[in-house]
Design a protein around this ligand. Structure first.
Ligand SMILES: [Zn+2]
Length: 142
């Protein structure tokens, strides 16, 4: 089953489920789909969401998510950094120690961030401690 957004001549948009994209086309063209507002059969497939439309005529196949550009990714990382700085405590190089203490409830549970070597990070993950490695941004080095 696949959901399509349809648009009526009266400019009402509504959604309907179809067996497949071909079934949708057939039913729309065969005037078997009526607008729930005015009852007209003058309906058409509305413009799909960009990530679906990008798949062209293979609309019954799942689409891959749209790829983020390097610029968008950088912005995303920058946003995460910013919210970390605002909401978490910078523990610097004590990150691994603090993360462990919080995990074993030897320290107050809170958001922390800081630096950890890749061995430290791996050890933390092995111990089942949730951490997230973020790439650092050039301007953070200032
Ligand atoms: Zn209508």
């Amino acid at each position: 089953m696949i959901k399509y957004r349809l648009r009526c001549a009266c400019s009402n948009e509504f959604e309907a489920w179809f067996q497949s994209s071909t079934a949708c086309d057939a039913q729309v063209q065969g005037e078997q789909v009526a607008c729930p507002r005015c009852g007209s059969h003058d309906v058409d497939k509305a413009i799909m969401a960009p990530n679906v439309a990008a798949c062209g005529n293979r609309q019954d196949e799942p689409c891959p998510p749209p790829a983020a550009t390097p610029k968008e990714l950088r912005q995303l990382v920058r946003n995460i950094h910013r919210s970390l700085v605002k909401n978490a405590e910078n523990v610097g190089t004590r990150f691994a120690d603090e993360a462990r203490k919080i995990h074993y409830q030897e320290a107050k549970a809170r958001g922390i961030y800081g630096q950890a070597s890749s061995e430290d990070a791996r050890a933390l993950v092995d111990e089942g401690i949730d951490i997230l490695a973020l790439p650092s941004l050039p301007e953070d080095a200032n």
